[in-house]
Design a binder for this molecule. Structure first.
Ligand code: HEC
Length: 320
């Protein structure tokens, strides 16, 4: 018997080892569980083999029992007759322990009602002394203890924030989340989506960026030094917020204007573009002569964009 079991076990083990070998070679081709078809087949076969093993061992045990019974059968046992009880005897035998339910609700059996009676009667009406159930007491004293703890935590010790403070905290958190969201969304601005915006904060930010990055070439007032005058209405690469944004973002590397995409965030480029828009007609002293062509501004939010290449091939307006 033992030998048969081992033989079966050995067969199955060897087949799983073989399966593991297969797995190593198989290439992952088909979808589903990341297994190839052949791997899938092997897995199914292995499962099948295990089921087969289980069934055969069970059958083996069953046959063993049958075989043993055949050799020396167990004699039938004589059935024991239980004596028939009458109701009173049965009641006496019944466990008189209260059930969990009865304990929980502090229920008393009806037979004990006589003992529960309180010693007074009003107009013949008697009262039973039924104690409060345990669960109710637990709940009641639990709330008392909780209330004491609550009072200490929030009102005496001052460890927790009161409602008003919690409101303030949440508003602050919401403000931070809003700021983070706006920061994120404003960093996705590109030359197509940039908006004309002349609010003070944006212009201030733009002025800061301009002074530290652009003033060397364009002059502190945008009057133009190496770079062209940014205050007139003549533009080499188009005026309007979209064109200016695009020029700053991609630059005109051939002509000495670098691409600022790497150094400035989209939000910063947008701010400095708006700052340049605000320089229009400021007529600073020592302004450089106009370059490029006159830009007819129909609308500050001008989406008609010039390609950098187009404007490069244009000759200077001043030379014409
Ligand atoms: C190294 C010098 C230099 C710096 C720094 C520089 N620029 Fe320029 N910029 C130029 C030159 C040169 C041109 C002209 C390119 C051409 O001739 O096509 C130009 C052109 C421009 C134009 C297009 C003007 C037009 O007429 O179409 C804008 C807008 C501009 N720069 C903005 C900026 C901003 C904003 C910064 C700072 C973030 C900046 N530049 C920094 C040299 C510079």
């Amino acid at each position: 018997m033992k030998k048969i079991k081992f033989a079966i076990l050995f067969m199955i083990l060897s087949s799983t080892v073989y399966a593991a070998d297969e797995k190593a070679v198989a290439v992952n081709t088909g979808p589903g569980l990341g297994l190839s078809q052949s791997e899938m087949l092997i897995v199914i076969l292995v499962i099948f083999a295990f089921v087969l093993l289980f069934v055969s061992i069970t059958l083996l045990n069953a046959f063993k029992v049958m075989y043993r019974e055949q050799l020396n059968p167990t004699p039938y046992s004589v059935p024991v007759k239980e004596p028939v009880l009458d109701y009173e005897a049965w009641l006496g035998q019944k466990k008189n322990k209260p059930s969990v339910w009865e304990k929980l609700l502090s229920l008393k059996p009806i037979e004990q009602e006589k003992d529960l009676e309180i010693d007074h009667a009003y107009d013949g009406i008697k009262e039973l002394n039924n104690p409060v159930p345990a669960w109710f007491n637990v709940l009641f004293f639990g709330t008392v203890i909780f209330a004491a703890g609550y009072l200490f935590y929030y009102h005496i010790g001052g460890y927790g924030d009161l409602q008003d403070q919690e409101y303030v905290n949440e508003m602050v958190k919401a403000q931070q989340e809003k700021a983070a969201f706006l920061e994120k969304s404003s960093n996705t601005i590109d030359e197509n989506s940039v908006k004309f915006d002349n609010t003070q904060t944006v212009l201030e930010e733009g002025r800061g960026i301009f002074n530290s990055n652009c003033a060397v070439c364009h002059g502190d007032k945008g009057q133009g030094i190496i770079g062209p005058n940014l205050t007139d209405e003549f533009w080499l690469h188009g005026g309007g917020i979209n064109n200016i944004f695009k020029t700053i973002k991609y630059g005109v590397p051939d002509k000495g204007m670098i691409s600022w995409e790497k150094n400035l965030s989209p939000k910063q480029i947008s701010a400095v573009s708006n700052f340049i828009m605000s320089l229009k007609d400021t007529k600073p002293v020592g302004a450089k002569a106009p370059q490029g062509e006159k830009y007819e501004e129909k609308d500050p939010q001008d989406n008609e964009m010039k390609s950098v290449k187009d404007s490069l091939s244009k000759t200077d307006a001043t030379k014409e």
